[in-house]
Design a protein around this ligand. Structure first.
Ligand SMILES: [Zn+2]
Length: 175
C-alpha cells in the first residue's frame, strides 16, 4: 500500500507506491498532489511496476523525488555565477541580464538565463530503485536515451538484438 505522507480533507501527498493497486482511485481521496504515473512506469527508464525490483528498506517499487529540469553544465554555471553572484533583487538580475546581452550577445544570454531557471526548478519524478540513486547528469542521459528510442520506434527504425523491428514497448508480464 502506498505511503501517505500527508492528508487533509481528502487531499493527499504520496511518497512511494508498491503495487498497481496504488494507481487506482481510493475512496475518500479527492486529490493527489504530484500523483504516481497512471501508466505505472518509472519516469526515467520506463519500466513497468511489474518489471521492477523493490527498494530494500520498505518494499516500495516507485519512489517520488524531485529532479531539476536540466542536467548540470559547468560552462553555463560559471557564466551565470559570474554575472549574478551579487544579485539580490529583481532589479539586480535585470541589470545582470543587460550586461550579459552586451558582452555575450542576446542568444547566449537567453541560453544562460533559461539554463539557470531550468536548474533552479524541479518536477516530481517517480523512479525505480535503479534510477532513484542516479546523479542529475546520468539521470538526464538515461531519460534522453529513452526518448531517442521512443522516437526511433515511432519512426519504425528501432531494432531488437535479433534485428527485428520493435513497434511497441514490451507488455508488462501477467501477474
Ligand atoms: Zn527506472
Amino acid at each position: 500500500m502506498a505511503k501517505v505522507m500527508f492528508e487533509i480533507n481528502g487531499i493527499v501527498i504520496l511518497d512511494s507506491i508498491d503495487s498497481e493497486e496504488d494507481l487506482k482511485p481510493r475512496p475518500g481521496i479527492r486529490c493527489i498532489i504530484n500523483p504516481p504515473p497512471s501508466d505505472g512506469r518509472c519516469r526515467c527508464c520506463g519500466r513497468h511496476l511489474t518489471e521492477l525490483r523493490p527498494f530494500d528498506f520498505d518494499g516500495a517499487l516507485l519512489v517520488k523525488m524531485f529532479r531539476a529540469h536540466s542536467p548540470p553544465d559547468e560552462e553555463l554555471d560559471a557564466i551565470w555565477e559570474k554575472y549574478t553572484w551579487n544579485c539580490d533583487s529583481g532589479d539586480d538580475y535585470r541589470k545582470a541580464k543587460e550586461k550579459m546581452i552586451q558582452e555575450l550577445g542576446e542568444e547566449k544570454a537567453e541560453l544562460v538565463e533559461t539554463y539557470a531557471h531550468a536548474r533552479a526548478t524541479s518536477y516530481p519524478s517517480w523512479e525505480c530503485r535503479d534510477c532513484f540513486f542516479l546523479d542529475s547528469q546520468t539521470y538526464h542521459e538515461k531519460i534522453y536515451e529513452r526518448y531517442r528510442k521512443d522516437e526511433e520506434m515511432a519512426r519504425g527504425e528501432l531494432r531488437d538484438q535479433n534485428g527485428q523491428r520493435v513497434t511497441s514497448l514490451p507488455e508488462p508480464p501477467e501477474q
